[in-house]
Design a protein around this ligand. Structure first.
Ligand code: FES
Length: 174
């Protein structure tokens, strides 16, 4: 009978809509549950940034040649250790213009930045190019075991008169 079919069809449609509604509600509840779970997990395991250590041992003083710019720590630490007649200093190899890594040009006796051409003396003082200030020095001292200890977290700036402070230079005579 056509009328009965219509009722049955209509009933199936209503049932389908109900199914869809309850399915949607289930997804919503599931989504909320997931969001709450995620929030709890994030609270339990906060995002922590593990940065490499800022201090490193740079070997024994006798390993360095007086007057030479030693670049053995450039790749791993971005630091040059320079030995003078009276001691050591550690220069941070970050150009003070926009942060590129300068290179030591031995024959020209200067550091030169490949990005925009800033130049620095062996001491780290800027003398050419766009950089507004000298390179920074890292804290340097002797560790208990006799090795040179460099700490990049502590920095000294020439223009602030900080290169004369004790940590900026390690007095040493062999
Ligand atoms: S970043 Fe070194 S000169 Fe610009």
């Amino acid at each position: 009978m056509p009328g009965g079919d219509r009722t049955q069809d209509s009933g199936e449609h209503i049932w389908s809509r109900r199914n869809l509604l309850s399915l949607g509600a289930s997804f919503s509840i599931l989504g909320m549950f997931g969001a709450v779970t995620l929030a709890i997990v994030r609270m339990l395991f906060p995002r922590v940034l593990f940065e490499p250590a800022t201090a490193f041992k740079a070997g024994l003083p006798k390993d360095y040649i007086p007057g030479a710019v030693d670049d053995r720590w450039i790749k791993s630490q971005r630091v040059w250790v320079i030995r003078t007649d009276t001691g050591f200093y550690a220069l941070i190899a970050i150009c003070t213009h926009l942060g590129c890594t300068p290179r030591w040009l031995g024959p020209e006796n200067k550091f030169k930045c490949p990005c925009h051409g800033s130049g620095y003396t062996k001491d780290g003082v800027n003398f050419e190019g766009p950089t507004p200030r000298p390179l920074e020095r890292a804290a340097i001292k002797l560790a208990d075991d006799g090795q040179i200890l460099v700490d990049k977290a502590m920095r000294y700036r020439y223009e602030l008169g900080q290169w004369d402070t004790p940590g900026a230079f390690l007095k040493f005579s062999s």
